[in-house]
Ligand binder design. Structure first.
Ligand SMILES: [Zn+2]
Length: 305
């Protein structure tokens, strides 16, 4: 067995010319993992679109209907930041299906990686910051409802605070939310996670990795989750257009190795999503995202999962 990786060709849909969301990166990631020999074709799993009732475990019926039917008002559309199309609505649901499948495969194999996901700015009744439906929250509810797990830990290392995650699971002891992000960044209004670590602008590799190491082991001991979701956003990278931290590729890879090794060696299954990443150089950006799958492949072999 090798590391399960989740991908669907429909992760990529056309956006208007010049749109700032780097949509092609999802297909480029799939292609890079194969071309670089990081993964073989047999390792890929294809998700399906989840039933609407599963999306409604987190989101209101009104919001799900309005989004899927393209009847959200202009203000709500603008807050999402992605132009609605039937293809994008379908893509949104397939990506949620991808994270649900990632969670199920992580429970079977110990570790699994999506090639999309991490839409952590979505709230129950509205979307925000390129996030429409909250894949991590929906997947959490789905695996909890199926009786496969009780306690979940969400480790969110995207450079932006997981505000939707914090809001959705506020006062819910069954899901522990941890967000380590740049303090001065989107979203303007932060929510309260179970543990927030706000980092100063410009933090570099070593200090970042030391900060993470200060929190991670205790967190595992304290929460003892049945499943961990890991949002491995690469927007803390120094060349990211929207992040304000200064990690290099070495730092991103070191971070992913630290998370996956610490969690896996302690026996906790980890479902990974790629999170945010923004750059004009799509090849460089895709490489940054691929560091997660490179690290996960390494850990998967090391730990003989
Ligand atoms: Zn982000």
């Amino acid at each position: 067995m090798d590391l399960p990786i989740i991908y669907h060709p429909d992760y990529v849909v056309p956006l208007p010319e010049g749109h700032r969301f780097p949509m092609p990166k999802f297909r480029m990631l799939y292609e890079m993992l194969l071309a670089d020999g990081v993964a073989q074709i047999e390792q890929f799993h294809t998700p399906t679109q989840p039933l609407q009732e599963l999306i409604e475990l987190v989101h209101t019926t009104e919001y799900v209907n309005a989004y899927c039917q393209g009847t959200l008002d202009t203000k709500a559309q603008r807050r999402i930041g992605l132009p609605w199309s039937p293809a994008l609505a379908h893509r949104t649901c397939v990506a949620v299906g991808g994270t649900i499948l990632t969670a199920k495969l992580a429970l079977e194999s110990g570790l699994a990686c999506n090639t999309a996901g991490g839409t952590h700015h979505a709230f129950p009744n509205y979307g925000s910051g390129f996030c429409i439906f909250h894949d991590l929250a929906i997947a959490s509810r789905v695996v909890q409802q199926s009786g496969l797990v009780k306690k979940i830990l969400i480790i969110d290392l995207d450079v932006h605070q997981g505000d939707g995650t914090a809001f959705i699971f506020q006062g819910d002891d069954s899901v522990f939310t941890f967000s380590m992000h740049c303090e001065v960044n989107f979203p303007g209004t932060k929510q309260q996670s179970d543990l927030d670590v706000a980092l100063p602008i410009g933090m570099e590799d070593d200090e970042y990795l030391q900060t993470l190491a200060k929190y991670l082991p205790d967190l595992l001991t304290e929460v003892k989750p049945d499943l961990i979701f890991y949002d491995a956003g690469v927007d803390p990278h120094i060349d990211d257009k929207l992040g304000k931290l200064a990690l290099t590729n070495r730092g991103i890879y070191g971070r992913d190795m630290q998370v996956l090794t610490t969690c896996t060696k302690a026996g906790y299954p980890v479902a990974c999503v790629i999170g945010g990443g923004y750059a004009d150089d799509l090849t460089a950006l895709t490489y940054r995202h691929s560091l997660l799958h490179r690290a996960a492949g390494e850990v998967y072999q090391q730990c003989r999962l």
